[in-house]
Ligand binder design. Structure first.
Ligand SMILES: C[S@@+](CC[C@H](N)C(=O)[O-])C[C@H]1O[C@@H](n2cnc3c(N)ncnc32)[C@H](O)[C@@H]1O
Length: 218
């Protein structure tokens, strides 16, 4: 028997200081995600638009969007997710963090299928683990964390490809995307951005020195 991760045993984690309940067993938020989410939230806080509209897509526990809503006044952030259990998890975490209804919608969607608005910022941590590298995934992760949150085709790119082709249509004029991925995917992501008319992008390392996220301008 592989031991249950300590975060599920505790039933919650802290993510950028916000308490995130894990009772519905979403992906356990990772420190790499916390690292770029902090950078993205500070970027959004410095944006001078009167109302900033954001989307946390592939929201899972809701950790990214909830941290943003808790830390930046006067912004809107919708939270989008496919799985019913995690949509319920997001609602629980909205309650745990005492966030007011007027600033968000929780949307059940398959990537962008039910997303109708355009946003200033889209924050995305999609499933991106390559099925053909399953041997490198920890036993505890495979035994206890949701596969739907981890894997996305043989090279891990299935959802990222569709996401990047469609995301430009969901950005306002000066809209920005933050996207987390695996370093092996950097080259193909650059190609997709070029082929789909994005104007500019920059890749960044995580706190462990691995290429981990990209900031993309519409
Ligand atoms: C890597 S987890 C990220 C969770 C959370 N944002 C975080 O950073 O910890 C990816 C999430 O995307 C959801 N997901 C998978 N396929 C999806 C799809 N086609 N459309 C929307 N969400 C999807 C999964 O259920 C999972 O909650």
């Amino acid at each position: 028997m592989v031991e249950i991760p300590k975060e599920y045993q505790a039933g919650f984690v802290y993510f950028l200081g916000q308490r995130i309940d894990l009772s519905k067993k979403p992906l356990i938020p990772r420190p790499e995600t916390e690292y770029w989410a902090d950078i993205a939230i500070k970027d959004i806080a410095n944006t001078k638009n009167s109302i900033i509209e954001c989307l946390d897509i592939f929201s899972g526990s809701g950790c990214i969007g909830i941290s943003l809503l808790a830390k930046v006044d006067d912004i809107q952030c919708d939270l989008a997710e496919k799985e019913d259990a995690f949509l319920e998890q997001i609602r629980i975490n909205i309650g745990v963090n005492n966030l007011t209804e007027k600033r968000f919608s929780i949307i059940k969607t398959d990537i962008f299928s039910e997303i109708t608005k355009k946003y200033d910022y889209i924050l995305a941590n999609p499933p991106y683990v390559a099925e053909n590298r399953i041997d490198e995934v920890g036993e505890d992760v495979l035994a206890h964390e949701p596969r739907v949150a981890l894997f996305s085709g043989s090279d891990g790119m299935d959802i990222i490809r569709t996401f990047l082709v469609q995301a430009r249509n969901h950005l306002k004029e000066n809209g920005v995307i933050y996207l987390e991925f695996d370093q092996e995917q950097k080259e193909e992501i650059g190609d997709i951005l070029e082929q789909n008319g994005y104007s500019d992008w920059k890749f960044f390392n995580d706190q462990f020195g691995l290429i981990r996220f990209v900031r993309i301008n519409k």
